[in-house]
Design a protein around this ligand. Structure first.
Ligand code: BGC
Length: 788
């Protein structure tokens, strides 16, 4: 290792000397280029450049490219984390020096605007070509104003909220000097064991695509070169969420049909929305790691989708090709990743160390290097970085925690809550919403004092109010008693006993239980999905007091708590609701807002059901609900696709969410009972409505509510088996008590197309079922057909 290090450093020292000589020679050309770039920036043509695919970028890209040396080109393909976290794979720390030698194209995890400017001054003033550094960060659900985690944001079923939240994130991050976020994560997540389910929009490709587009539009704004726009990065390309056994970074096996029909669409939507970058994933996909996979990176992304932005590897994913077993040395790993289509190497340093040598030995061509560099330059130019490389160091505070941003964070949190259960109390009325009468409330559980409810954004100094404080503000501190009861992972018996005694004295108990923020997200897979530590014991102890009990679950995934769903009157899934989570919960508990969030993942009864997703294929032996209290009565009951000790159905289905009011759905009415596959295929990429489907939805309760109305289809008789249901539309309608709203969907040809046995995206003759329903498990189908 020591020998390797000394060889490497003498190699770099020699390289630097050679560069010093060349630099003097080339400086004059660079100054001319810089003048040209700056002059161009003033022309109206250039300032109109705002999108990654804008052809106006091409001549600028080419004019810079043709002045670059091979070393300078390779430099553009190199990225390091220059702040926290550091970790395995971080090759270098001498960033000032590297920037001065044009060896770095991008840095990330630098969050101090002064430091960002300091690095940028080196890039702009001390290098021959003055190419700015692109600064990135994982801005996942807000920068400083933390919104609900993406799983929560998706539970709003409202792309507009997601777009607005990402706009705020972009404004705050860009004011800090960050112009690139590694977000959105658009991985389909079918397995709640996988901690990164928290970072995405759940299990459905249709909803996931809508959210992917919304994130990109929000981050990138109406003009990518506006100073408050940031480049989006759709990640992790692709199939990362299908990690076997739900264990992060694990291998994936995904058929092309499943890849095309489920895992790729949200990425396609992000690219169509103009995403400036895509991140190649860690996972091995059908034997070829995603970061060395020419099929996904070149064939699908570049050829089929026409993507012109940059592909960055995930953290050290190029380095990980060695342990993954497709390379035994750095040169091979760099070559495989690069030739497969990874333009920029995040932290491994393999591109820095190997690419020039690979060109010299003829294993990589200059033209291939040029193509990758074009992608990087294109993003930097599209962002207007050449014109505005520096950040106004005094500007950040004005952009952070604006009142309207905090209000949006609160609204987003309110809309993200999913009311899972709201049974009648002893007075025969549903427990929620709580009456505004003075009653004594015991707040019990380890999550009652959390004030950020976040698992990703860097901690900021903004206003935060925990659930307990927000409750005290609402009803007065004297009416609140607070008992932690236990830690998230640990407790003494005394704590639990004190909490139970506290509950005895209260009129009502609110329990705040669940996962700590670091129990979801990256590297946070769980093999057990129940309440961690002794929280279940605490819950059962408190519930046995017989006091009215509201359980608020904080988590980055659904939790298997069947006992709670049976015994507790009211349960809310609050996810990790962000900086305004406390006030948003209080407003929800007291009925200022009526919950309208719905699940974007199937909620399991037991971890043994995972992976669990609604849009599954039917088996040849589907069971109905099974009787688990006795052994299967006969062959018919036994030899079906079932567990002998659990139902197949989820605890709560995808799309489910209750409300303080109730809704009734009329049957779906469709405009035609017969579609022609040939005609659908002719119009496949048009937006023409080929069928309308509508249904009456009535608010049958006593409160106004916003109902997410969902449209599903099923196709039978196709060349490949299709899922039992597929979401193809959703709309939120606000309905007053007693009012009926007719909800109408216009279905385009694409709705009916599948990735078929000929490996084509096409409509086929089929029996067609259409549901308009409150979730993926209810409603009755209206039948039609697709004829040849
Ligand atoms: C994660 C990515 C993230 C990157 C940079 C990786 O470990 O998988 O999602 O963008 O680190 O922080």
């Amino acid at each position: 290792m020591a020998l390797l290090l000394s060889l490497t450093s003498s190699f770099h020292a020699n390289l630097r000397k050679a560069r010093g000589r060349k630099a003097a020679f080339l400086r004059m050309g660079g100054i001319l280029l810089w003048l040209a770039v700056t002059a161009c920036a003033q022309s109206t043509k250039i300032s109109a450049v705002s999108a990654i695919n804008d052809p106006a970028l091409d001549p600028r890209v080419e004019s810079i490219l043709k002045q670059m040396t091979l070393e300078e080109k390779v430099g553009q393909l190199v990225q390091y984390s220059a702040g926290q976290p550091t970790g395995p794979g971080t090759g270098r720390t001498d960033y000032e020096d590297m920037i001065a030698h044009e060896q770095i194209g991008s840095l990330f995890n630098v969050v101090d605007p002064h430091q960002i400017n300091a690095y940028q001054h080196i890039a702009i003033e001390k290098t021959r070509l003055h190419i700015p550094i692109l600064f990135g960060l994982d801005v996942i659900h807000g920068f400083k104003t933390e919104f609900p985690i993406p799983l929560g944001l998706a539970s709003t079923w409202d792309p507009t909220i997601v777009e607005k939240a990402s706009r705020v994130a972009a404004m705050e991050a860009s004011a800090d000097g960050i112009r690139w976020t590694f977000s959105p994560m658009v991985d389909i997540a079918r397995d709640a064991r996988w901690g990164r389910m928290a970072e995405g929009a759940g299990e459905d490709p249709f909803l996931g695509s809508a959210m992917a587009g919304a994130y990109v539009r929000g981050y990138q704004g109406s003009r990518l070169n506006a100073p408050d726009s940031i480049a989006a990065c759709a990640k992790h390309f692709v199939g990362y969420g299908a990690a076997e056994a739900g264990r992060d970074y694990n291998t994936t096996e995904i058929s092309e049909h499943t890849l095309r029909q489920f895992y790729l669409p949200p990425f396609h939507a992000a690219v169509d929305a103009g995403a400036a970058s895509v991140m190649s994933a860690f996972n091995n996909l059908n034997g070829t790691p995603s970061s060395a996979n020419p099929f996904t990176l070149k064939q699908v992304l570049r050829k089929e989708w026409g993507f012109r932005g940059v592909v960055v590897s995930d953290w050290n994913a190029v380095g990980e090709l060695i342990p993954q077993g497709v390379a035994t040395d750095e040169a091979t790993a760099a070559r495989k990743a690069f030739l497969a289509g990874v333009d920029m190497d995040m932290v491994s340093s393999f591109y820095h160390d190997q690419l020039e040598k690979l060109v010299t030995s003829g294993q990589v061509t200059q033209a291939q290097i040029d193509e990758a560099v074009r992608h990087v330059l294109r993003v930097k130019l599209a962002l207007g970085l050449f014109e505005h490389p520096f950040v106004d160091e005094a500007g950040a505070p004005k952009a952070l925690y604006r009142p309207e941003s905090l209000e949006l964070a609160r609204t987003a949190a309110e809309r993200s809550f999913v009311l899972l259960k709201n049974a009648n109390g002893t007075d025969g009325k549903p427990l929620l919403p709580l009456a505004n009468t003075s009653q004594n409330i015991a707040v019990i559980g380890p999550l009652g004092d959390d004030s950020s409810y976040s698992n990703g954004a860097p901690p900021g100094a903004g206003p935060r109010t925990s659930l307990t404080s927000a409750l005290a503000e609402r009803i007065g501190a004297t009416h609140i008693s607070r008992f932690k009861g236990c830690g998230i992972l640990d407790a003494t018996n005394d704590d639990i006993a004190a909490a139970v005694a506290g509950a005895q004295k209260a009129d009502l108990v609110i329990m705040a239980l669940g996962e700590s923020p670091d129990m979801s997200g990256e590297a946070a897979s769980r093999a057990h999905l129940g309440l961690p530590g002794r929280q279940e014991e605490l819950l059962e102890g408190v519930a046995r007091t017989g006091k009215p009990l509201v359980l608020i679950l904080f988590s980055g995934r659904p939790l298997t708590v069947p006992w709670a769903f049976e015994h507790v009157s009211a349960v809310i899934a609050a996810w990790l609701p962000g900086i305004e989570g406390g006030p948003a919960l209080v407003r929800t508990l007291f009925g200022d807002v009526n919950p309208s969030g719905k699940l974007v993942v199937s909620w399991p009864r037991s971890v043994g059901q995972e992976p669990l997703y609604y849009n599954a294929l039917n088996t040849g032996r589907p069971p109905g609900d099974v009787d688990l209290t006795r052994p299967p009565a006969d062959i018919v009951a036994r030899y079906v696709s079932r567990y002998i000790d659990e139902q197949n159905s989820p605890q709560f289905p995808f799309g489910y969410g209750a409300s303080y009011t109730s809704y009734s759905y009329g049957p779906a009415q469709i405009s035609t009972r017969s579609l022609s596959a040939a005609e659908l295929n002719m119009k496949l990429h048009s937006n023409a409505a080929v069928m309308t489907a509508e249904a009456d939805v009535t608010n049958s309760g006593s409160r106004t509510g916003a109902e997410v109305v969902e449209l599903y289809i099923r196709l039978q008789g196709t060349s490949v088996a299709e899922p039992v249901r597929m979401l193809k539309g959703f709309q939120t309608v606000t309905i007053s008590p007693g009012e009926t709203r007719r909800v109408k969907f216009e279905l385009t040809p694409e709705t009916f197309a599948i990735w078929n046995a000929k490996n084509q995206f096409a409509a086929e003759p089929a029996k067609l079922s259409v549901w308009i329903s409150p979730d993926s498990a209810h409603g009755s189908a209206t039948e039609a057909e697709i004829v040849p």
